[in-house]
Design a protein around this ligand. Structure first.
Ligand code: GLC
Length: 426
């Protein structure tokens, strides 16, 4: 048992028994490997490897192999669907975009954690993250990091031209025009956001719908329940591009592309998630100390609100090591690990108390404000058919943003396709 401590051996025995096979533990059995799938971790200093080694040290005989997923949420989803359809997915713990939990739970891909969660264990997390971990009255995952859509602005430029962060979209467009005219810099863009055909675009469209006082799904499940308002929201997004408030490459922009352009000092406003703040404020960043953040504007029939996002950690139902996998999930979503991730990895905690933690706030004075914006965030529709909804809408909405289809036509087409899809997917 090369180098395995007595504690490690005990653990191996326990987990072999729990996995249902007392005969499984042959004398030559090697260490147990837990495979953890996760998105790439961005941030000034990645504490992840250190955290995993810490978990291993506390669990002798257990190794954690972390494997990163492709960049976009859509590609990650595809990876999971392909691998989870089979019997043994090849991983134990998986990072899940918040929007997938109902779908994965219904498909039978996640271990049901309801009876394993301790009373009060979830009290420390944002209630919205707990809601997103729950489906059909059962618990399927632990909240790991929290996101909300924010408006970043160049504090120096707004101050120089005598502006406050805009509260309405009209004010934002006006500030863009005036600042650009006064600066006379043809490389300075106005407002950057995510308009590429992928999940991130759907998030931006939802936020535009909310700012226009409507949503994507009505209470009865109707798609675009108020088509006039939806058309206004889509027309608004299209006009941002058509009038040059946003650059033409917005229709190819994801979070990172838009973050880099803003970080290079080439734009006045940016819609993005909180992780961006840490990168913009990192040593060597061209906009360090010159960035502010605010809620997304509203004022076009509705109140501005950022979409919530983030990720959970779930356990593959086919895992051979459910207890160890749960121990890893608990460790990574625990206070210590979330604190380390918040400090170094730009992953914002799901544990609310950390946003007022003096040591963390000393390193990131925006934390209390981000906490309040997280609380004010709105979720995307919660349904096992969410991905179907999103991927069906994506080409229609993209066609509007690039100017190939009128917003009214796209709404009619999207409704026709989705009424059919959702009806056959209930
Ligand atoms: C972020 C969010 C996630 C969202 C994705 C869209 O990763 O955390 O919830 O789906 O962006 O691009």
């Amino acid at each position: 048992m090369g180098g395995l401590s007595p504690g490690g051996l005990a653990l191996l025995l326990v987990s072999a028994l729990l996995a249902g096979g007392c005969t499984e533990l042959a004398p030559h059995a090697g260490p147990i490997t837990l495979v953890l799938k996760h998105a790439r971790i961005l941030g000034p200093a990645d504490p992840f490897p250190g955290l995993l080694r810490e978990f291993e040290a506390a669990h002798p005989g257990v190794r954690v192999r972390s494997e990163s997923l492709p960049w976009s949420s859509d590609e990650q989803h595809q990876f999971y669907v392909v691998n989870l359809e089979g019997q043994s997915p090849g991983f134990d713990v998986m990072m899940l975009d918040v929007i997938w939990v109902p779908e994965f739970a219904r498909a039978g891909w996640l271990l049901d954690l309801t009876d394993r969660v301790r009373p009060q264990e979830f009290a420390a997390y944002f209630p919205s993250t707990v809601a997103a971990a729950t489906w059909s009255g059962r618990v399927w995952a632990f909240p790991w990091n929290m996101n909300v859509g924010l408006l970043y602005y160049r504090r120096d430029l707004l101050a120089k031209h005598g502006f406050q962060p805009p509260v309405t979209w009209a004010a934002l467009a006006d500030q863009v025009r005036r600042i650009r005219a006064a600066e006379g810099d043809p490389t300075l863009e106005g407002y950057l956001w995510q308009g590429k055909q992928y999940e991130g675009m759907i998030v931006n469209v939802l936020e535009a719908l909310w700012a226009h006082g409507t949503g994507l799904l009505g209470d009865d499940g109707t798609v675009f329940p108020e088509p006039e308002r939806a058309a206004a929201a889509l027309g608004f997004l299209r006009r941002l591009i058509a009038t040059g408030v946003s650059p033409s490459w917005t229709t190819a922009a994801d979070e990172e592309l838009s973050r880099r352009a803003f970080g290079d000092g080439h734009a006045i406003f940016l819609r993005n998630w909180p992780y961006v703040l840490n990168l913009l404020e990192a040593p060597g960043s061209r906009v360090r100390g010159r960035v502010g953040l605010a809620p997304l504007p509203g004022g076009v029939g509705g109140v501005g609100a950022g979409s919530t996002g983030g990720s959970h950690l779930g356990i593959a139902r086919g895992t051979a090591h459910p207890d160890l996998a749960l121990a890893l999930v608990r460790f990574l979503t625990g206070e210590r690990a979330e604190r380390a991730m918040a400090a170094g990895a730009a992953l914002y905690p799901t544990r609310t108390a950390l946003y007022h933690d003096p040591a963390l706030v000393a390193g990131n004075p925006w934390l209390p404000r981000i906490h309040d914006l997280m609380l004010a965030g709105r979720p995307r529709p919660v349904t096992p058919s969410y991905l179907l909804l999103s991927t069906t809408l994506q080409p229609e909405l993209s066609a509007v943003l690039v100017g190939l289809k009128s917003e009214r036509r796209a709404i009619i087409d999207a409704r026709r396709r989705l009424d059919y899809f959702l009806a056959s997917n209930r």
